[in-house]
Design a protein. Sequence first.
Length: 577
Amino acid sequence: MAIGSWSSAFLRGPQARWVFDHFWNAYDSVASLPDVCPIGFATTYLASLVLMPVILYVVLSMVWSLAAVGSARKCMSTFFILLLGVPLYPVLTAVSLLAIWLVLGVLGVALATLGPIFAVAFLWQRSLVAKKEFIEQQRELDPSVNDITCIQMLLGLFMGILCLCTVGLLTFSITILKMPVLVMSGFCQAWWRAGRAWLELINGRERSGNSSESSEDVDNGSCFWWYWFPLVLVAWLVFVALGVCVVILVVLISALVKLIASVVWPAYVTAGWLRYFGSEGTRRRSDTCWRSAIVDGLKAGYQVLWASDVLTNAFIIGDPKRLVKACEQFKELAKGQRDALDGDCQRLSCLPPVVLGLFGPSWDLASHEAAKKLGISQDKVEEAWRSLAQLMIRLGREGVDDGLLTREWVQEVPAELCIGLPARAMLDTVERSLNDGELVLACGLVFRNDTRPKGEFFDKVWGNLMLARRKRAEVSLTTAERDALCAALLAGGGKPEGLPDGLAAGVRRFEELPQATHAACRDILRGLVACSVECSRRRPFKEKLQVTIECIADETGGRDLLDDLVRRRDTPLLSEP
């Protein structure tokens, strides 16, 4: 009842009159645009008339080049072509183009009339289905509901409005001021890329032509493209003009999006919420210090300005790969999968970056829970993963230098290496752990049986590591025997036939160890490989391991990849699936 009365009041009020007036103004603006069909008919007809001498020349040349036809028949054919073709060509062309554009006009009207109707019906049906599926999916879930207090909500709204009035307006103004630079940059990049493509098209025939082709054929092919250059240039100028309009429109839309982001991002960060699609639901901030909330809200507002500068600068310098890379890393940043961009993307902006977490070291809930279970700081949990990753990189590069591995094999990211490399790194961990019931990591973090996390996954990993630690403590290995064990671990249980020659030779030396030593090393190998297999089943671990292996195979040293690995804030070894 209230909705109906409100609708009636709206339709009778000045708001409805304003909407209708602006609708008709927009309709008149669209109606003033030129009609496509008459312009298309006139343009194509004029083009066909211009083409008429060329067609006559080509046809007559082909007639007079016929080898099996005499001169008399050629003269008669020429007479009829000139007598009938010259007057009939304009008439037949006009009739054909008229029919074509009539059909295109009818199809265009039908598409413009029926297309929106079908689109609305389709979107209506899909929206209802998506709503139903989403509600059913949410009913099946039984999460622990976290919410924020009224004070946190008001504080988030306050910070959102504050950042809109300060950082948001500044970001909007900078984007508008950069618009001429963005347009000129896009204009110059378009001409540079088009010129390079045209020269490659012209010169490509000479570079890739067959040896049987004469220089005259090559020159004729190049001249053929130059004949079309005026038309290509006109079409390119039209495309550039439309492209400039599109760039201006995109810049204006991005400026409005940045205004919205300057409200939403600081408000959500201040309220202590993770994005819904970034993590498993949302989380309330763990402390109640309003000072921390305000500081992180201001940092979030600055991040909008900094992100805008990064993206616009990537477009200005004309580096689409870094632009796409920065966009992907911003998505990971919003989802909580990293705390900062890598060094390559950070260099796009002259502004200093800021690291932002959910009122703590990172957004990662898994490492937060693991740190809580272990009774240590979250930074130490994340340092445990980073130290393991750096150890695997060092061991992998040493394997390449020693001839056990090859860069080509590492670049293939084989399954044997995905299992063997973590197992080889864990050997150093168990050898470092002198006391029973504890593990000492390279970063100095100590895990004990009474304080470690509990669960099916943790129990399996811990049991396999303790088995390998006991077996390693029971056997004394020479340097050659330990090298053979390390080679067998790097192989990950693979057969020598599918391994590099150096690694296959190391596996054979492992099989030739004395029986007692081989049995003890076999138990160590079994425990560490089983532990590596359990970890490799976790998706975050596999993603991190892939980056680690890329660092090993990178000929430049993998500094950017290693920097990207360190900046990611997942802790796959210490998180439940």
